[in-house]
Ligand binder design. Structure first.
Ligand code: FAD
Ligand code: SF4
Length: 520
């Protein structure tokens, strides 16, 4: 119910870069006659880690586009551009400036997605002397309370069980008896096909650059070209209309094969059958529920097989929501964890792609060129290498946060620290996602063009992943012996002779020396 007070109050409604949804709670009762909607581009946010130029351009362009659409609906928008003469460079300064000029009675925001920004917003009531209302973000499908309730009393939080409950709650791929469509909750056993040679993928959409996009690209080029990442391959949708076209294009042309090749890796092919939708979902141009419902609809109409629809829906309804739940359930302590005491400095090649290891060079080049790499590259190539080499968890997280267009701390941190680095000690994953070069060889064709040999472990041409893999298991042996799911791989280590174990350790030392000297 709208109170008399609400009717006379002038409200400033602040939106963040990842809140570009018309259905946002902060906009639900906007009064076109009195209220002002505010968006701001600030240097502090664009540079607290060196964000990829395409990521900055994507978010600034999407914000400007969203502001334009709000104005077209007759709403008043206060938009602070990065190069406005008086831009203070940080959120607090910009909100203070807006309060001084617009003189609102109160500030309304939808809960920021990151702990860091929430803390800042919570401080404004006192520091800026204005009543601040923080509304829940109902674009996510599990509220904080839902997740806490689900987590309560469980010894371990596992995505699979969370996901089943979410399927039931939203009645997605549920049959008439209340069970999973097709009889199984998860069809992953059908989803592990490798790809060994190039196939003809359907073309991706090309987005024409509007004047608005060109202006932002030129701004980003002039201010952020020193950041890692190329700008010239920019091809993001920046409006909801175009993001919906991306979603429909994915569902029609790529989703049918999404399940089959979800774990595959192929040279010169950054996207395979992946959706490329994460950046749009994370900034609010697409909503998770509409995305899942469209995939379900495509299955029900017989356009995509069940393993594909289920696999895709699991990523969004399951993994994405679970990861967010973990973040808020465990913050702020989560960000301080480093359970394997990983402290080796991030090697230079993460910022240059200059390494003889073909898989890493390829994944980092995709990242540089598109502000994107697919999940298996993030997890089993760059992440796996960082895990095995014991790279510093903070430096690795900052890298992931900087280089991907979809990276916001709530989703990047549990994926990197938890899933890839096992730095949370098993909160996200029940065992480390550690793999030798043989896995990378099996799932794709990178090894064919590499100077190293995935079949060798201690020889001159041996793939570095192999010795690092065994050395990693050996370094954390006492801890890993307690993890039941690692019993099989630990028995592999046990079968080596003392001489072989010593040779692996020696090889690993040699790799670490080359890593530290940036010659790997
Ligand atoms: C080390 C590491 C860091 C990551 N950092 C991020 C990040 O900063 N931002 C981000 O959105 N995702 C992150 N992910 C998850 C995942 O890799 C990306 O969501 C995915 O690669 C995005 O590409 P896509 O849209 O083509 O995904 P698809 O493979 O097509 O998957 C469909 C959708 O499912 C969701 N999804 C899939 N897996 C996950 C997951 N593990 N966590 C959350 N959502 C998921 C995404 O919204 C994605 O768009 C990370 C994964 C790892 C291993
Ligand atoms: S041989 Fe090893 S380093 Fe080379 S591409 Fe294969 S897995 Fe990567």
């Amino acid at each position: 119910m709208v109170s008399f007070q609400d009717c006379v109050m002038k409200t400033l409604r602040l939106l963040f870069a990842d809140q570009l949804s018309p259905s946002l709670t902060a906009l639900s009762d906007v009064d076109a006659a009195k209220d002002v909607i505010m968006l701001c581009e600030v240097m502090e946010e664009a540079s607290y880690v060196p964000h990829h130029p395409q990521k900055i351009a994507f978010l600034f362009a999407a914000m400007r586009q969203f502001a334009q659409e709000l104005r077209e609906q007759g709403l008043t928008v206060h938009y602070c551009k990065l190069d406005d003469q008086h831009n203070t460079g940080h959120f607090t300064g910009e909100v203070a400036r807006a309060i001084a000029t617009l003189k609102p009675d109160r500030l309304i925001v939808t809960e920021p997605s990151e702990y860091r920004v929430l803390t800042l917003v919570q401080s404004w009531h006192t520091s800026l002397h204005i009543p601040v209302t923080i509304r829940p973000d109902d674009r996510f499908l599990a509220s904080h309370e839902d997740f806490s309730q689900w987590a309560q009393g469980r010894k371990q939080l596992r995505m699979e069980f969370f996901y089943r409950d979410m399927r039931k709650k939203y009645k997605i791929l549920i049959d008439e008896a209340g069970g999973p469509t097709g009889g199984e909750w998860n069809y992953d056993k059908e989803n592990r096909k490798p790809l060994k040679k190039a196939i003809n993928f359907p073309p991706r959409l090309i987005h024409t650059k509007t004047a608005l996009v060109e202006e932002v690209l030129s701004l980003v080029h002039s201010r952020f070209s020193h950041h890692f990442g190329r700008l010239d391959e920019f091809n993001f949708a920046v409006s909801r209309e175009d993001a919906l076209k991306e979603l429909d294009h994915f569902i029609s042309h790529f989703l049918p094969f999404f399940g089959d090749y979800q774990d595959a890796m192929l040279r010169d092919e950054p996207y395979l059958y992946h959706s490329r939708l994460s950046a749009y979902l994370n900034c609010g141009l697409l909503l998770p529920l509409e995305t899942c419902l469209k995939a379900q609809d495509a299955f029900q109409k017989g356009h995509v097989p069940l393993n594909a629809a289920e696999g895709f829906i699991r990523q969004i309804l399951g993994w994405r929501e679970f990861i967010r739940g973990i973040y808020w359930h465990h913050m702020p302590k989560y960000g301080t964890l480093n359970s394997l005491t990983a402290t080796r400095p991030l090697p230079d090649f993460f910022w240059s792609a200059q390494t003889d290891m073909a898989c890493l060079s390829e994944a980092i080049r995709h990242t540089r060129d598109y502000a994107y790499s697919h999940h298996i590259q993030r997890l089993m190539v760059t992440g796996n290498f960082a895990l095995l080499a014991g790279l510093d968890v903070k430096q690795v997280q900052d890298w992931y946060l900087a280089v991907y267009a979809d990276a916001f701390e709530w989703v990047e941190m549990p994926n990197t620290l938890g899933m890839a680095l096992f730095g949370d000690g098993g909160i996200v994953a029940s065992k480390p996602y550690a793999a030798s070069g043989k896995y990378i060889h099996r799932m794709g064709n990178y090894c064919g063009s590499c100077s190293y040999d995935p079949e060798l472990t201690i020889e001159d041409k041996a793939c570095p992943f192999n010795a690092l893999y065994w050395d990693f298991l050996q370094r954390h042996e006492s801890r890993f012996r307690k993890i039941q799911r690692l019993a099989y791989v630990m028995s592999g280590w046990d079968r080596f002779t003392p001489e072989k174990k010593a040779a692996i350790e020696k090889k690993a030392k040699e790799i670490f020396a080359r890593l530290d000297a940036n010659t790997l």
